[in-house]
Design a protein around this ligand. Structure first.
Ligand code: HEM
Length: 423
């Protein structure tokens, strides 16, 4: 089918297209081939470029001083929201100030506060506890008797529990954290968003209301951990100092929000995406069952395959050049990670799911200074789950229609009915 730049741009920004991989991948493929820096001129939005090739996404991500967030938001937002964000920032009252809103020098200072917590050396001490939780998942699947909605009954809860334990949020508050995260990331999905109205204004209001709820909850956590510090990330953040001064309660709460939201939904999506792929490909299930050394490959491939984070934005700090193209200071770029992860110049047969894909240079965790803080944790959780589950999972198939969420920022399966046999 003949496509045009305008049609492909419209597809990439349409939340509904992110629930329709064939349509979305066709648009990305066309853009990579024909217009890899396509200019998007959409009513109500500042113009921006869609960066769809793997090499160009890496090049922009690599240099955080040349391509910062600048005075744009880190994700695609309508002009009105961009202006409101600038005004709030100018008055020193941004809506949220997390690692993914920060440029240097703040970014590295704030990132350093928790980085050691999320490095493999520290995570090793959590391995036993995470394995215990993974075994509970297997037991739960067994108790469900061979049929379940893998997203809602299994995948959403395991990474949620892990990150909330690390952060220090009690188990009884997990359903609230899950709901707020889904309302935030699912603001464009009719089943997940808060409120029924899909207008951009209503969406923006709903996002603000969700953030206000997060703040209400996490303010109390900051106060508690300042009074009674424990061995958890909430205490590290609440009592952290930057340049000799304790960080503000607002900065602490913003930090909780990024960890509490980025820390589970993405991992649940990759886990569910893997189960979906295996349910449709018994040969891949058989391959990884026969050779458990491929579990790392299954994890990497499922993260590439699902690419739960669909984009982040960057802007040019000054005039420059990328891949022979002139770029002007102030231009705005959408890094299209799922497109980079289907780039046929980097991946052989990118539309195939291969547990033994090697090398697998996916960029689902981003790249450069903002490279995902939780990547080692996410991979470890998934590896341990498959180590526990695969020896028991004799077969799995779809038992109904699976569905992806309608969201162009963070996306993943929202329903995955499966039928399975344990051995
Ligand atoms: C499969 C799971 C995950 C995926 C696909 C993913 C993806 C991403 C991406 C694309 C970025 C932006 C990178 C960039 O701009 O270059 C990011 C940043 C981030 N992620 Fe993840 N993530 C995942 C799991 C996690 C987990 C488990 C945590 C828990 C701590 C986490 C915490 C963060 C944080 C705090 C940032 C901001 C880092 C910064 O700006 O310096 N993520 N992630």
């Amino acid at each position: 089918m003949a496509l045009t730049t305008a049609e492909c741009v419209a597809t990439v920004v349409d939340p509904k297209a992110h629930a329709d991989p064939a349509r979305l991948n066709a648009a990305y493929a066309w853009l990579r081939q024909n217009d890899p820096f396509a200019r998007a001129q959409i009513d109500g939005f500042d113009p921006f470029h869609l960066v769809t090739r793997h090499a160009d996404i890496l090049e922009i991500s690599r240099d955080n001083s040349l391509f910062p967030y600048g005075d744009f938001p880190s994700t695609l937002a309508p002009h009105q929201a961009v202006e409101a964000g600038r005004a709030a920032k100018a008055q020193g009252r941004p809506l949220l100030y997390t690692l993914v809103q920060m440029d240097e020098p703040d970014h590295m200072k704030y990132r350093a506060l928790t980085q050691a917590w999320f490095m493999p050396q520290n995570l090793r001490k959590l391995e036993g506890r995470i394995r215990e939780l993974a075994r509970q998942v297997v037991a739960r699947m067994e108790a469900l008797g061979g049929e379940c909605d893998f997203v809602n009954e299994v995948a959403l809860h395991y990474p949620l529990h892990v990150i909330m334990e690390i952060l220090g949020v009690p188990a009884e508050h997990e359903p609230r954290m899950l709901q707020l995260t889904q309302e935030l990331f699912g603001a464009t999905d009719p089943d997940l968003r808060r409120g029924g109205d899909e207008s951009p204004e209503a969406r923006q209001m709903a996002i603000q209301a969700v953030l206000a709820d997060f703040f209400g909850y996490f303010n109390a956590l900051t106060e508690d951990r300042r009074a009674n510090p424990r061995d958890d990330v909430a205490s590290v953040i609440a009592n952290a100092e930057i340049d000799g001064e304790r960080i503000s309660a607002f900065d602490a709460v913003s930090y909780y929000v990024i960890i509490a939201t980025a820390g589970h939904d993405t991992t649940s999506s990759s886990t569910a995406g893997a189960m979906w792929a295996l349910a449709e490909r018994p040969d891949q299930l058989a391959k990884v069952k026969a050779d458990p050394s491929l579990i790392g490959g299954l994890v990497d491939e499922s993260i590439r395959w699902t690419t739960p984070v669909r984009h982040f934005m960057r802007s040019a700090a000054r005039d420059t050049e990328i891949a022979g193209r002139r770029v002007k200071a102030g231009e705005w770029f959408m890094l299209c990670y799922p497109s980079g992860n289907r780039d046929e110049t980097v991946f052989e047969a990118p539309l195939e799911f291969r547990v033994d894909r090697s090398p697998n240079r996916h960029l689902a965790f981003g790249y450069g200074a903002h490279l995902c803080l939780g990547q080692h944790l996410a991979k470890m959780e998934m590896r341990i789950l498959w180590e526990e589950l695969l020896p028991r999972l004799k077969s799995v198939e779809l038992a109904g229609e699976a569905q992806l969420s309608e969201a162009n920022f963070v996306n993943g399966p929202k329903k995955l009915p499966i039928r399975y046999v344990f051995e």
